[in-house]
Design a protein around this ligand. Structure first.
Ligand SMILES: NC(=O)c1ccc[n+]([C@@H]2O[C@H](COP(=O)([O-])OP(=O)(O)OC[C@H]3O[C@@H](n4cnc5c(N)ncnc54)[C@H](OP(=O)(O)O)[C@@H]3O)[C@@H](O)[C@H]2O)c1
Length: 257
């Protein structure tokens, strides 16, 4: 089947972008392209080198694109992402892109003390003001983040877990699939939020983790919440489309792989 649509994934070599690239690669009617500074391929999807921050080669990379998915992130300096977004929007406008699909994060306006979440909100605002047709998909925290937080709570003999800290984590796969699906549709403005199947306290996730991994460590709750995790406290609220698997099922699958 001849490719009828060209979709560029900005950040297509990253964790989320790479999975969106995999979903698009399975379709015969799409020419997908993974954009990153390295220009590496993402599995079966060809890579193109461009720099969102300096703008280098961006117009070339987007030439002929019908849709663009934003899965980029500058881990070294996330304050760079708003500038990178402005550059991308200018290139989208030049190329006549019909749908810029943005990977956002749920509830960020409740947690602007976090420079990361404040930056994500600024990116959304820049998109909405740009006039570029777009779809913003806000996703809950990924299951992987729960593992990262739990690792930080491990004091060697026990998990000292902040409480209250309710999360609604989601597997990265369904989010990547949703981004790919949205890129094939007309722009929605704001898509329904996507989250995992269950709302639970972090302490519950810690107990699930111990059960599934066979850890003998005990779980203690503490009201002293390190500032780096306090920004997660208010994010779990409001309506969202729920996508499986649960944290437990995801973890068991991960153990088997
Ligand atoms: N983690 C969560 O819980 C969560 C939830 C919802 C949404 N998100 C969002 O999902 C997005 C992707 O996250 P991720 O964890 O998949 O990120 P990641 O693995 O760090 O990947 C980042 C990607 O961006 C590219 N990149 C960075 N700077 C660039 C630049 N200046 N020019 C071109 N490409 C650049 C990287 O490639 P090079 O380094 O080769 O350039 C890489 O492909 C982020 O916007 C994040 O906010 C995350």
């Amino acid at each position: 089947m001849a490719a009828s649509r060209r979709i560029v994934i900005a950040g297509g070599t990253g964790a989320l972008g790479g999975l969106s690239a995999d979903f698009l690669a399975k379709r015969g009617d799409v020419e997908a392209l993974a954009l990153s500074r390295s220009g590496n391929a993402a599995g079966d999807v060809h890579g193109v080198a461009a720099d969102l921050l300096s703008g280098e080669n961006l117009d070339n990379a987007l030439a002929g694109a019908d849709a663009v998915i934003w899965c980029a992130h500058d881990r070294a300096a996330h304050e760079n992402d708003a500038k990178a977004m402005r550059n991308l929007l200018a290139a989208c406008a030049k190329a006549g892109v019909q749908n810029l699909v943005y990977a956002g994060i749920v509830g960020i306006e409740t947690s602007l003390v976090s420079p990361y979440y404040a930056g994500k909100l600024r990116e959304e605002q820049v998109i909405e003001a740009s006039g570029v047709p777009h779809t913003i998909l806000r996703a809950a925290q990924f299951h992987d983040l729960v593992l990262t937080v739990l690792q930080a709570c491990d004091d060697g003999s026990r998990y000292l877990v902040p409480h209250p800290l309710k999360l609604r984590p989601v597997a990265i796969g369904p989010v990547a699939q949703q981004l790919a699906d949205l890129a094939l549709q007309p722009p929605l403005g704001r898509a329904p939020d996507i989250a995992g199947p269950e709302d639970r306290e972090l302490a519950d996730f810690a107990r699930i983790f111990c059960r599934v991994t066979g850890s003998a460590k005990s779980v203690f709750e503490t009201s002293e919440i390190p500032s780096r995790w306090a920004s997660l406290q208010t994010l779990t609220h409001g309506p969202a489309e729920r996508a499986g698997p649960t944290f437990e099922k995801w973890l068991r699958q991960r153990q088997e792989d």
